[in-house]
Design a protein around this ligand. Structure first.
Ligand code: PLP
Length: 265
């Protein structure tokens, strides 16, 4: 008998994400972050994008029937241990994904509500934002908006009000990341909101520079840590630390935003 057969199976994270050909964000970020955190990524591509390290030019959703058939074939073969949801591409894809994740109530689900590219291009419509809130948040374990996304998702000015209004949709926790807040402190403060516990502040050192795929890195690392049975607070801090290291070691691949280096740190 081949001894490698006894190697331990890593947790399987199913990612619904877009393809960013730069390799900075989207599914490639997920694959790298999940692998580095000890998991295995299976990839369900929701959309293709035309972009470079400056901005997204165009997004083309994958046909929902095609995505449904791929998900069906995959999930009849591979048992997921967690899900990560990124750019969804269309309302039809969001509805399909909701119908899939509700079949796995024991799996942690991380939702990265990507609303715009770092370069500014909008990646959602108002109807898709509604679908994300109504259809996906009720099944989500942790939602990871930055402060801009939090405000856009809820139209609330205060961070606390915005997070509370997301929690009302049924999401277990909201990790509001502080990277987009204009501030000159050396430490970034993130807030973890949950229904039954006081809000917790989590920290990471502040970095200057623009990065392509920081949100994807965080959400995928977090999904893997949760699938490894870590508590929400511990998993969030681990994922923040991993993201910090990935950004600290980011490289200039194109002439725009830096691309994170996602490896085991
Ligand atoms: N996923 C895809 C396919 C993208 O193109 C982008 C941004 O351009 C993102 C996710 C979000 O990237 P970030 O992690 O920088 O928010």
């Amino acid at each position: 008998m081949h001894s490698k057969l006894e190697a331990q199976k890593p947790p399987v994270i199913v990612c619904f994400s877009g393809l960013d050909p730069t390799g900075g964000a989207g599914i490639q970020a997920d694959i790298e972050a999940i692998k580095a955190n000890g998991g295995h990524c299976v990839s369900l591509i929701t959309c293709l994008t035309i972009q470079n390290t400056h901005n997204v030019k165009r997004l083309a959703p994958v046909d929902t029937t095609f995505l449904a058939e791929q998900a069906d074939v995959l999930l009849h073969d591979i048992q997921p241990d967690g899900f990560k949801l990124g750019v969804l591409g269309s309302i039809e894809n969001a509805v399909l994904i909701a119908s899939i994740i509700k079949q796995f109530p024991r799996c942690p689900i991380v939702l990265d509500p990507v609303l715009a590219a770092g370069g500014g291009t909008t990646l959602v419509t108002n109807q898709l934002i509604e679908a994300i809130k109504q259809q996906l948040l009720p099944y989500t374990t942790v939602c990871t908006p930055n402060t801009l996304e939090l405000q856009q998702l809820t139209s609330k000015q205060s961070l606390n009000q915005a997070a509370q209004s997301l929690l009302k949709y049924g999401v277990e926790a909201v990790l509001a990341t502080g990277g987009h807040l204009a501030d000159s402190t050396e430490t970034l403060q993130h807030q973890l909101f949950t229904i039954n516990q006081p809000t917790q502040a989590l920290f990471s050192p502040r970095l200057t520079g623009e990065f392509h795929g920081s949100g994807c890195t965080l959400a995928s690392a977090l999904a893997t840590q949760l699938a490894l049975q870590k508590s929400i607070t511990f998993a969030c801090q681990q994922a923040l630390d991993f993201t910090y290291q990935s950004l600290l070691n980011a490289v200039q691949i194109g002439s725009g935003q830096l691309i994170p280096t996602r490896r085991f740190y």
